[in-house]
Design a protein around this ligand. Sequence first.
Ligand code: NAD
Ligand code: TYD
Length: 381
Amino acid sequence: MAESNRSHLLVTGAAGFIGANFVRHRLALCPHERIVALDALTYAGNRANLAGLEDAGRMTFVQGDIRDGGLMERLLRDHGIGTIVHFAAESHVDRSISGPDAFIDTNIVGTHSLLKAARAVWLGATRHAHRFHHVSTDEVYGSLGAGDPAFAEENQYQPNSPYSASKAASDHLVRAYHHTFGLEVTTSNCSNNYGPYQFPEKLIPLMMVNILHGKPLPVYGDGMNVRDWLYVEDHCRGISLILDRGRIGEVYNIGGNNERPNIEIVNRLCAMIDERFARDPGLAKRFGGAPAAKGEKSASLITYVKDRPGHDRRYAIDARKAESELGYRPAETFETGFAKTIDWYLANEAWWRGVMDGSYRSWIETNYAHRTGSPAAASVA
Ligand code: NAD
Ligand code: TYD
């Protein structure tokens, strides 16, 4: 095998939302590093998210499945990989409710397959320099009450959805491979991300695309569920700090210190889109179905729908460990990150139209029809 090199990274789930942002961030941050960008290209993964990055010769894209242990071992050996950053997962809570199996397969079995490959290659007859960074979520800690302190790393795991339970299981496997076999691991548990390249099934891009098409904005329950929103680039910076300075075997929580109820997010999005239409008459020509194109308010589209089963009420991250040990601090405020995100989606219409193919449309129609009573109510164009 090529000698393993910590500067040779395998990034799994690299064509997904956070993975693609991370590859861009890391290539810019570390000009001496090389990346093998692996992705199975499920509905959530898109080659377009990595467009242009192969040209410089420092990133190689491989279409493959983390459950394919033979392929994982070959990639580690052939590319002298010394660092894995593991994003690949099924990531949408609503999908985990309508079809949990894929979450067990990818998030648990897939993570285990990657751990086995890492162990075989890095801890075989010769021990190789290595690091396995596992990307996880704050959802493993369960749900907070209004007055509860934010999630710290010592919090008990209490996952409530098939998604968070499968991520919790993968976190435990990573921990066990460190304690039992000595694999050099770190784990990050992060709050809700937003920003460029997020698939339009998650709250912010879904609402954005629906506003532009004049479709209802399906707010679950009373709209008062709280999430701690973080601009994706800040998550990527946090992961880089852990890779470069994090202690082996440790877990770091990453968050935005930015708790907002869902309805506030949706109202803010509506107001900001109205403001952009007012500023740029070209938008009314491009998106004639949007309320703002007809002098109406985007917020008129807000539609309260039946709640998500088992819907966690509140997430909040206590990121003091990452701050004090690693110097982590989000660079974006909610105002700057949100504005960048809205402007990115307005400027990249071809991207979101491209990723919203037929299979996505039929999924959303099937899965939202029972909640709204109308397939059109929560659908996208
Ligand atoms: P995403 O759904 O946008 O991307 C996941 C990627 O993994 C996709 O490109 C998909 O094709 C790929 N993938 C799925 N199954 C695979 C398999 N078997 N083999 C190889 N590739 C496969 O998700 P995301 O929002 O970018 O999340 C990435 C990671 O970050 C996940 O592990 C998620 O749990 C975690 N996370 C996400 C958030 C968030 O707010 N989005 C917050 C905290 C943690
Ligand atoms: P989501 O983006 O799916 O992330 P997560 O469930 O992992 O936090 O949802 C964020 C919040 O927005 C969550 O409380 C559910 C809510 N939500 C809606 O109200 N309507 C929607 O159409 C979606 C997708 C989410």
